[in-house]
Ligand binder design. Structure first.
Ligand code: PLP
Length: 390
């Protein structure tokens, strides 16, 4: 019997090594990776620049703690500020931690304005993590069930519905922030409408609320812009990053701007590991390579190829609903639950995911090539057609 806590229904495969968009299992079978370990392996596997940077950093220093200055943190914060148009960054180790920082920041902001019982507006079908506060913010009962009492202070509304938020203005006091994903990932690959995001931004400005964008999945170039919110040309007050930021090394970040900047002082928040030298080397190098190799452009181009290819291959097929998404964050919705496609993909040498029961989710490395895109379309469309027939 395994001594692992049974928190994941793991697939019966273990990988030994990877190269680019391909991974090899312990028996030598090779798979095309269209998932990147859930949007983490931004540069694919065994990227020479990332391996060199991590190795070199490991030979100098791994960690000193935040009791001391770390020039690499300052460099990465400068870089993230320049890319986002935001001002300050707190480093942590994961997405839920980045969101915890954002939630604390919003409550702190409220208290500073004399709001003793601050509330954050959150969305149906959202996903923000598995810690108590972030699962309470998450719009999925399955994530919450069994862990009550939930953390209070969240008000839930339908996603992509500006009037639902507007109607709170008169009926709910104590709102301090609106928290959303520019593209909902776990919830089934639902992009926010551009007009909706602009409307939420304007409403937050008007009401003095913070706009918090959870960019843990849709950030780091995945949609073809550095941040998902940039698809709408807006800048939030708070944004969170993790998954793809370190290209596989755990690192998270909470960014603040405008009225959310300058709020925390020493003692208000912290993390032992957060932003250590190893994580900073990995993130700095990941950002550098994304920029140098124009991987944002690649995400747009290859994402279009995959969406077009899948749409062409599946149009007219009974049971196929639609292909959607932005850049290399792609969802293919079917009319029925299709979780077994994951194991079928594995058998065919393809790593994919299914979320929200009926949506095949693709999150390939941003280095994915046109040839790999064709291969993906070929294998996946074959699988889906066979599944829908069967
Ligand atoms: C994955 C994810 C999280 C949680 O990140 P962890 O690193 O697993 O804690 C939060 N928000 C979004 C949008 C995510 O996709």
């Amino acid at each position: 019997m395994s001594h692992l806590m049974n928190t994941y229904a793991r697939l019966p495969v273990a990988f030994s090594h990877g190269e680019g968009s391909w991974v090899t299992d312990v028996d030598g079978k090779i798979y095309l990776d269209a998932l990147s370990g859930i949007a983490v392996s931004t540069l694919g596997h065994n990227h020479p620049d990332l391996v060199a940077a991590i190795s070199a950093q490991a030979g100098r220093l791994l960690h000193t703690s935040n009791l001391y200055r770390m020039p690499q943190q300052e460099q990465l914060a400068d870089k993230l500020a320049a890319l986002s148009g935001m001002q300050e960054v707190f480093f942590c180790n994961s997405g839920c931690e980045a969101n915890e920082a954002a939630i604390k920041l919003a409550r702190f902001y409220g208290h500073q304005r004399g709001i003793d019982n601050p509330h954050i507006v959150v969305m149906d079908k959202s996903f923000h993590g598995r810690t108590l506060a972030t699962l309470s913010a998450t719009g999925n009962r399955k994530v919450q069930a069994g862990f009550e009492p939930l953390v209070s202070g969240f008000i839930r509304v339908p996603f992509n519905d500006l009037n639902a938020i507007r109607s709170l203005v008169e009926h709910q006091s104590g709102i301090v922030a609106v928290m959303l994903e520019a593209v909902q990932g776990e919830g089934g690959l639902h992009p926010a409408d551009v007009e909706y995001l602009r409307g939420v931004r304007a409403l937050c400005d008007q009401q003095g609320w913070l706009l918090i964008c959870d960019e843990v999945q849709c950030g780091m170039g995945r949609t073809g812009t550095w941040f998902g919110f940039q698809q709408a040309g807006i800048v939030p007050d708070v944004a969170t990053l993790a998954k793809g930021l370190g290209g596989g090394v755990p690192v998270g970040a909470c960014l603040a701007a405008g009225k959310a900047a300058g709020l925390f002082g020493p003692g208000n928040h912290g993390s032992t590991f957060g932003g250590n030298q190893l994580a900073m080397a990995a993130a700095l190098t990941t950002l550098h390579v994304v920029e140098r190799d124009n991987l944002l452009g690649n995400a747009v181009e290859i994402g279009d190829l995959i969406r077009r290819g899948m749409t062409e291959a599946l149009s007219g097929v009974k049971g196929f609903v639609e292909v959607r998404g932005q850049g290399l964050m792609i969802g293919i919705e079917l009319d029925r639950p299709c979780a077994e496609l994951v194991a079928q993909g594995l058998a065919e040498g393809l790593l994919i995911n299914v979320t929200a029961d009926k949506v095949v989710r693709l999150l390939p490395p941003l280095t994915f090539s046109a040839e790999e895109a064709s291969e993906l379309v070929l294998r996946l469309s074959g699988l889906i057609k066979a599944f829908l027939k069967g």
